[in-house]
Design a protein around this ligand. Structure first.
Ligand SMILES: CC(C)(COP(=O)(O)OP(=O)(O)OC[C@H]1O[C@@H](n2cnc3c(N)ncnc32)[C@H](O)[C@@H]1OP(=O)(O)O)[C@@H](O)C(=O)NCCC(=O)NCCS
Length: 275
């Protein structure tokens, strides 16, 4: 594989490549070259991971105000399907952090689908971003090929890039899975098609730390059974809304096992203030 370089997008050619990558990943154009160029010039960051001259991944983030602070809102990030799981996403986030800190920005926020375990692994476990909100059907009907036919529910995460705890997580890597012997909100099983389904959901568990399991292959579930994908969407929404409103928050995310055996869990922790 050629050398990977992460750098700001500069030329019209760079921005056109980014438009093409958006089409490949989402089947639609979210941000045009013109808007990317303007964002880059006036306080945002548009950067890419290049394999040789080819754009393999990008981040698009604009300057925004949230809770009275200037932040970067990272509206889009993608890696070409054939380049995933090689650390490009992580490297781009590190570069974004470096650039944002140099601009005096201390928070980078974005949304992601809570049922996308790869995103959860990167955002929560590897980067140490904190989940702050659950927004049901965040973008309404979303013309993306990733979640066609599903409501666009999202977590909002806040990556507080100047905090020592975040720097520590970046240096040390994701924590080991540990025992994960915690009470479960949802008990799961594989159905006849080998797809993960909820067998039982408990609404009244009160222990300080809890596990919520999600599928490790949401895209495959959606391709093979849209009804099951919709059920996961509804049940996950109910679980997170219910437990967040009774004082729990996402503490971390862990994956156990490999490939087809991979199992993925959010760890919820009850906030002290709300006990
Ligand atoms: C999200 C995305 C940008 C990540 O890019 P990437 O280059 O693959 O990310 P990385 O390789 O840095 O990290 C992926 C992590 O997920 C882990 N992972 C891979 N498949 C996984 C799965 N099914 N479940 C859980 N974790 C998984 C990898 O092992 C890696 O973790 P590690 O570094 O601790 O080993 C890419 O998957 C993508 O483009 N997705 C589609 C668009 C999208 O969802 N964008 C984000 C919202 S706008």
């Amino acid at each position: 594989m050629s050398r990977i370089r992460v750098r700001l997008l500069k030329t019209h050619g760079d921005f056109r490549q980014c438009e093409r990558l958006q089409q490949i990943v989402w089947g639609t154009l979210g941000v045009s070259s013109e808007v990317m160029a303007v964002t880059q010039k006036y306080g945002g960051v548009v950067l890419g991971a290049f394999v040789g001259d080819r754009l393999a991944g990008f981040i698009y983030a604009f300057l925004a105000r949230r809770r009275d602070r200037l932040i970067h809102w990272s509206h889009m990030m993608a890696v070409a399907p054939e380049d995933r799981d090689r650390g490009l996403g992580f490297r781009m986030k590190l570069e974004h952090r470096r650039l944002a800190l140099a601009l005096g920005i201390k928070s980078i926020c974005w949304t992601y689908d809570p049922l996308q375990s790869r995103n959860a692994a990167l955002n929560v476990s590897r980067l140490g971003a904190r989940v702050e909100e659950y927004i049901p059907d965040c973008y309404g009907h979303f013309p993306s090929r990733i979640e066609k036919g599903l409501a666009s529910d999202r977590f909002v995460v806040n990556w507080r890039i100047a905090l020592p705890v975040v720097g520590h997580r970046l240096k040390k890597g994701s924590p080991a899975p540990g025992s994960l012997l915690l009470p479960r909100v949802n008990e799961t099983r594989l159905n006849a098609q080998g797809l993960l389904v909820n067998r039982k959901i408990s609404w009244g568990v009160h222990e300080p730390r809890l596990l919520v399991e999600i599928p490790s292959n949401t895209d495959e579930i959606r391709r093979r059974s849209i009804a099951l994908a919709r059920r996961w969407r509804t049940q996950a929404r109910q679980i997170f809304e219910r437990y967040f409103s009774s004082g729990y928050r996402v503490e971390d995310f862990r994956s156990v096992g490999q490939a087809a055996e991979l199992r993925c869990y959010y760890i919820l922790r009850r906030d002290r203030a709300k006990r």
